[in-house]
Design a protein around this ligand. Structure first.
Ligand code: CA
Length: 241
């Protein structure tokens, strides 16, 4: 877990760095707004602790610019200001949380943990197996550098297989979770098979390593040839219909 601390007061910066490092976070300190802005853009952090009163560009201005550029990293604002107005400005600018100085380190740690956790669940934006890569935000699917042109249903199907990779996925699961049909019908099995065949053509046909495998009489599994299948895990994939 990498944390960027943007704080101009030496003593506070040092205490934060040492405290967080003793909790096994990797900490980078920036002591000016400019450097903080540069670091936040240059490296991928899991969390940014941002002081508001900084020489040069202040924390709020930096935060607004970072958010405008699309940076999603959770930001915890640290400031001595304690009026309701300042808190509102901070949160309106894209901060995820707000801590008023002086604060107890244990409280800071609790908030850091909460934000890192939240950030991590939000970050499942890509699904991968071998050289296959599915981006849930841009909806771009690639094998290696080669983009694959999938229909909406093929995309959903592949997403489901990726979420359940190395596990058997039955037609029943696909009917329920991808087609949202509570009861399985033979006609739907045929539709599923047709879609799998088309998807397989796009995903596997021009590539040396096959990823979509049929398990006769049961269903399918997305895996790299060498990895084993957990046959005992015929379970739901948690999709919502
Ligand atoms: Ca300051």
């Amino acid at each position: 877990m990498k944390i960027l601390v943007v704080e101009d007061e030496n003593k506070v910066a040092k205490a934060l760095k040492e405290g967080l490092e003793s909790e096994h976070y990797k900490v980078t300190v920036a002591q000016t707004g400019e450097d903080g802005f540069f670091q936040a853009n240059a490296q991928g952090f899991d969390l940014i602790l941002l002081d508001v009163m900084l020489p040069g560009r202040d924390g709020i201005e930096i935060l607004k610019t970072l958010r405008k550029r699309g940076l999603q990293t959770p930001v915890l604002i640290l400031t001595a200001k304690d009026t309701i107005e300042d808190r509102v400005v901070g949160l309106d600018s894209g901060a995820d949380d707000y801590l008023v100085k002086p604060f107890a380190f244990s409280e800071l740690l609790a908030r850091v943990r909460a934000l890192v956790r939240r950030g991590r669940t939000d970050q499942v934006l890509r699904l991968k197996i071998a050289d296959l890569d599915l981006d849930l935000v841009t909806r771009v699917v690639k094998r290696g550098a080669e983009p694959l042109d999938l229909t909406v249903r093929e995309f959903e199907l592949l997403e489901y297989l990726l979420r359940n990779q190395n596990q058997l996925v039955s037609r029943e699961m696909l009917a329920r979770d991808v087609w949202c049909e509570p009861t399985r019908a033979t006609s739907l099995d045929n539709v599923i098979d047709v879609h799998i065949a088309r998807l397989r053509k796009k995903v596997d046909q021009s590539f040396p390593v096959r990823l979509i495998h049929t398990v006769r009489g049961v269903g399918f599994v997305l895996k790299e040839e060498s990895s084993s299948v957990e046959a005992s895990t015929l379970r739901g994939g948690g999709e919502s219909c």
